[in-house]
Design a protein around this ligand. Sequence first.
Ligand code: ZN
Ligand code: ZN
Length: 301
Amino acid sequence: MRCSTCHHTLWNQPAPTDGSPRVCSECGTPYAVADFAFRRGKVAFSCPHCAQVYFGTSPTGHLEPATFACASCGGAVTMEQCVLRPVGVQSDTEAMLFKPLPWLESGGLFARWRGTLKFGISEGADVPMALAGREPMGAAIGFLAMQGWVSGLIPLFVGLLAVFGPSIMSGIVGFGGGNAVAMGMLTWQVASYIALPLWICASVSVAAFGTSLLGASLGLGFRRAFVIIAFASGGLIFALIPFCGGLVGIIVWAVQASRAIAAALPPGRRVGPVFLALLGGFVAFLTVNVTWFVARIFLIM
Ligand SMILES: [Zn+2]
Ligand SMILES: [Zn+2]
């Protein structure tokens, strides 16, 4: 159980008695006990009044019910007021329940990619918990590159068909110097396909930057936002459906990334960063598409 900003330990920290949110004692980032998932029986919750110990019984190791009268002192106990400490484990990370993010686990490339797709399509809200304070930028960029190159296959194929379709039909296949326009278009199609991950990473950077404007003070800085948005990108795969698939993919990604960003923020402080992420993503999407369109016109002329 670590602070998402400075990784300071959050064990053995008493909750404020005036009902204000818990904050990291080192850097002041707010957090809630409910943001963390624990292995059952490995975390002791102490009554804030008398230190009587309780153990969580929910699948995420949380106290059930949420509010109850202490069996020892009779005082009202809520999980958010308890002092927590790991018990019976060698290292405190063993007390945590991490939902594994397949891309960061061992195994074959295809299996890890497919498993991470599932997260991005239906379980966006679980991405922050799966990351558990980790911010693996390199792995996130690797995943985005694979996403770009796979989801770009059908658009590439359609693009190539547009270039060569007419030539093939009229019996003139111009690979030589004779068909400069077709050669130019071919180069353009292939180059923009190879560069897809670059554009996707740039768009994610803009969205992450937008998120961090309001999110940084809430523990969601640029790196964490980038990684979260990247691993919520499973929906991009819908671009493999010809014609409308690309748009569907972007919408699924926007929805799941919003859920993921929201899940990484304290309740009540989620709207601003999510809005800026979507705005950043939209501006980046528009910029990339306009640039692509203009460059294409210049290439043909
Ligand atoms: Zn901290
Ligand atoms: Zn008590």
